[in-house]
Design a protein around this ligand. Sequence first.
Ligand SMILES: *Cc1c(COP(=O)(O)O)cnc(C)c1O
Length: 374
Amino acid sequence: MITYARQFVDRADLKAIKSVLFSDWLTMGPNVEAFEEAIEGICGAKNFVVSSGTAALHCAYSSLDLKPGDEIITTPLTFIATQSTAMHFGAKIVFCDVEPSTGNIDSKIVESLITGNTKAISVVDFAGHPADLSSFREICDKYGLYLIEDASHSIGSRYKNKPVGTFADLTTFSFFPTKNFTTGEGGAVASIDDQLLSKAKVYGRQGLIRDADKFINSPEGRWHQEVHKIGLNYRLNDIQCALGISQLKKIDKFKKIRSEIYNFYNENLNEISEIQLPSKADYADPMWHLYPLRVTAGIRNELFEILWSHDIRVQVNYIPVYFHPVFQDLGYKKGLCPVAEKFYSEEISLPLHVSLSRKDLRRIVGVIKQFFGN
Ligand SMILES: *Cc1c(COP(=O)(O)O)cnc(C)c1O
């Protein structure tokens, strides 16, 4: 069977994990900061690690002081965590349609959705291809909004030759096994703003403040610590951080292999007229997380079944978020974002991961070509 996504773990990763297990610190130890420094090396911004990409988004939104009625403008072509974590603070989700080319939230329509209640625009770098970040940065600056970037797909990607992580007020990453590299479960929040970052971090560390400059009460001893606002425990442990450090040493290799697979599919599928290959904007140097192919709607479902019957696992990314019953219950209606809905009806994500062999890839394109009679 050819899996659709898979982690790549080697002996060096195993060795890194083992050394932590016999050390003094299983959590809150030296690997945490070392991993954060390694992440800064990739994303170009200060950051802190957390236990998942969802936790990262939850911490990021916590720093915006959201109150019920505040609006977040975001894309429907994503995993529900982009929205659910803001909804936990009472925010109202406003869906903006996507570009027909990349499937990323469309900077040309976003302005028409801004109201007096808008607090932030949350973009998602679909498939690893960065959203049009400088346009969003400009719009957010013009209206005094926060720019949040759910970069769960795009750690290692670059926009106008600068790394994803250096544009948004808060950028979030996921290290789930299907993503660009893994810590089993895990994530991080990066920020270009020290104050926002520290607020988000305190939230993910139980709200605990240990910095004497910030104390409200006078300390009664060395044990003194304070909670000013409640938070949660979203720590990532040293075992996971050691795995992350070891994985990050391979990130350039991962990016190269992913891009070779992307090119292989492009070269071998470009002559099929019913197929639309993924688009890449000039400003983007993606670390490809998905290979989002598009085929005419009815045929997509048939192709999906054919591939599965050949033991080739594929996926559809994403069911528009507001199709979920939880949003239907809130009154969101189908038809809200027609471009995203069309994109969804045509999309099929082909296998894309570091362990795919040339033989696997030839088998995949062989089945697709045969299906289309090429
Ligand atoms: C994976 C993912 C998340 C959630 O990350 P977890 O680590 O699974 O919690 C959020 N948003 C997007 C776009 C994702 O792909």
